[in-house]
Ligand binder design. Structure first.
Ligand code: SAH
Length: 220
């Protein structure tokens, strides 16, 4: 059990350290983010056959036509979400997937509310996150277009699938001062955005081009 979490060879702590070094060379400056990624075994979130590739800077298949985002993107989005705010209390995540991004968030904020539309993926994620003893996470099986109104407003919302346009419901579920980090655009023309809710409206910042799976409607 311990050795599964710790990893050996290509899944060892040393391999993870190399990933952290690469991330900081790629411009990830937040020590909090780097530490959370150093402390989180990424290899347990993918199938055993792919475990040796878990610390490469690439996305990997997690089944059901979905992918675990590449480490750089997880780091970048988390860093954008934390911004200059020292501390976030409630964060909504849309697209639990395998739960890796959820684990990183759970290290950094008080509570993560995570929504997923594919039930078997949600089940897998729950198991992995349980194994890591992360308890500050609530899961919802549902369509992320609706957010999670019961727990709104959120200090941060992170979306890991790309809609063509910003879902209005998610904007409405942001607290004033809260930030939404989201890939926006059709396949081949997506870019990361950070949208901050102000007293009077929303500020939009554009970041790099990205490649995400589409933000879909309904449940599977
Ligand atoms: N952060 C995840 C990314 C998984 S890929 C990880 O690291 O594993 C994107 C995920 O978003 C998929 O699991 C997909 O099913 C989910 N998704 C796409 N559209 C959604 C929607 N409308 N509501 C909830 N989840 C959605």
């Amino acid at each position: 059990m311990m050795s599964h979490l710790q990893g050996i060879g290509m899944t060892s702590q040393r391999t993870r350290e190399r990933m952290i070094k690469r991330l900081s060379e790629q411009g990830i400056a937040s020590n909090k983010v780097l530490e959370a990624m150093r402390d989180t075994p990424r290899h347990i979130f993918v199938d055993e056959a792919l475990a040796s590739r878990a610390y490469e800077d690439s996305s990997l298949p997690i089944g059901y036509n979905q992918t675990i985002s590449q480490p750089y993107i997880v780091a970048k989005m988390t860093q954008l979400l934390l911004g200059s705010a020292g501390h976030l209390a409630k964060v909504l995540e849309i697209g639990t997937g395998c739960g890796y991004q959820t684990a990183i968030l759970a290290h950094l904020v008080d509570h993560v509310y995570s929504v997923e539309r594919i039930l078997p993926l949600q089940k897998k994620a729950k198991n992995y996150l349980w194994e890591l003893k992360l308890k500050n996470i609530s899961f919802l099986y549902g369509d992320g277009h609706l957010g999670w109104p019961d727990y709104a407003p959120f200090d941060g919302i992170l979306v890991s699938a790309a809609p063509a346009e910003v879902p209005q419901t998610l904007l409405q579920q942001l607290a004033v001062g809260g930030v939404l980090v989201i890939p926006i655009g059709k396949s081949g023309q997506q870019a990361l955005q950070r949208i901050t809710r102000t007293e009077s409206g929303y500020d939009v910042e554009q970041f790099e081009p990205v490649t995400f799976v589409p933000f879909l409607s309904g449940k599977e």
